[in-house]
Design a protein around this ligand. Structure first.
Ligand SMILES: [Fe+2]
Length: 350
């Protein structure tokens, strides 16, 4: 199986053998499993004009695990081309999402074809991230906290799949754009993918101790946590990312009925993409394993988000986490209804 040399990080310890293909058409062992590959070795490989190295097919799983655990370094690897990075990223994120759909969310959420089509789009979105100078920020997040990366990846996939099926929402995302033809639609979708992936990038500034804390946050910790949308914007301000995406990063914790952070905006003052991200972000957080609780079944998460009658009457559910209460005021109800229809369409197991 051919792999890009850019995936091999100097100093990392691959758990598989790597081969090169000689001009005679034979595979020669280049690196042994469990051995560090040196920067000199990689430089010689580049000098020799090798654009691919090879891994045993049986080692595919180990190779994928290696990619997953070294993703942050790979994105920062100067020896890897931007195309290689985009390809590796989309491959790893597809695996993360497939794994999540198969385990916690139930199978059937996305068929193989949908995954393939979405993967292509995400690859393009990542190419844009590379071009727009925000790759460093992304690499920082991936390297800092894997859980945030995993969450961002799922939010990315849900957002893209949801907006693809709801073109009328997509059209509201860039209001005032005169020609909303197919190519414009795809471009907007790609930009939304970028926003979804980067929405929590400001968490790269928050210490692991706070991000993974199991108990309730103290007032000070909470204040630090609330700075992540602003820090995210700061990380992206000098990039070529469009203004509506930067705004969505800044506003993804604003509540539709007010009281969110950082600015306590309300209703249509919160951009459409930020309102979509608010929904997808919360849904994924509730249905994922969090440091302080087990994943919740999708149906239960939806009930809490929409506010069941019992919830509205103040009927206490002991299983409900304190942090999830009174949630329905956070969302644009019309968008939330469409998201729930979408989840029904993708046949999530209850
Ligand atoms: Fe966030």
């Amino acid at each position: 199986m051919a792999i890009p040399p850019g995936a091999v990080i100097p100093g990392a310890l691959p758990d598989f053998r790597i081969y090169v293909l000689t001009s005679q058409g034979t595979y020669t062992l280049w690196a042994l499993e469990g051995n560090k590959v040196s920067a000199e070795q990689l430089a010689r490989l580049a000098e020799g004009g090798y654009t691919e190295v090879y891994v045993d097919l049986e080692a595919q799983f180990k190779y994928e695990q290696y990619l997953e655990s070294n993703l942050g370094s790979i994105l920062e690897n100067r020896a890897a081309s931007d195309d290689q990075k985009a390809e590796i990223f989309s491959k790893v994120s597809a695996n993360v999402v497939k794994g999540a759909f198969e385990t916690s969310l139930g199978l059937g959420a996305m068929g193989a074809v949908a995954i393939q089509r979405t993967q292509k789009l995400i690859e393009n979105a990542l190419k844009f991230i590379v071009e727009s100078k925000s790759l460093q920020a992304l690499a920082k997040m991936v390297g800092h906290d894997y859980q945030t990366y995993e969450h961002a990846t799922k939010v990315l996939w849900f957002t893209v799949a949801f907006l693809r099926l709801n073109p009328e929402i997509l059209e509201q995302i860039e209001p005032g754009h005169p020609a909303f033809d197919e190519s414009r639609r795809m471009e907007t979708l790609r930009q939304c993918a970028v926003g979804a992936l980067l929405h929590d990038i400001g968490k790269a500034f928050i210490s692991q101790a706070i991000l993974t804390k199991t108990g309730p946050l103290t007032e000070v910790e909470w204040e630090i946590m609330k700075q992540h949308p602003l820090n995210g914007l700061a990380m992206l301000i000098d990039t070529d990312i469009p203004a509506f995406v930067k705004k969505a990063v800044l506003h993804h914790h604003e509540d539709f009925h007010g009281g969110g952070y950082p600015m306590s905006l309300e209703g249509s003052n919160i951009t459409t993409l930020a309102r979509v991200l608010r929904i997808v972000d919360v849904f994924d957080a509730m249905t994922s394993r969090r440091p302080y609780k087990d994943p919740m079944p999708p149906k239960k998460a939806m009930e809490i988000m929409i506010g069941t009658p019992a919830d509205r009457e103040g009927d206490e559910d002991p299983a409900q986490d304190e942090r999830d209460k009174g949630m329905q005021r956070c969302f644009d109800r019309e968008l939330l209804k469409k998201f729930i229809v979408f989840l029904g369409d993708v046949k999530l197991d209850a």
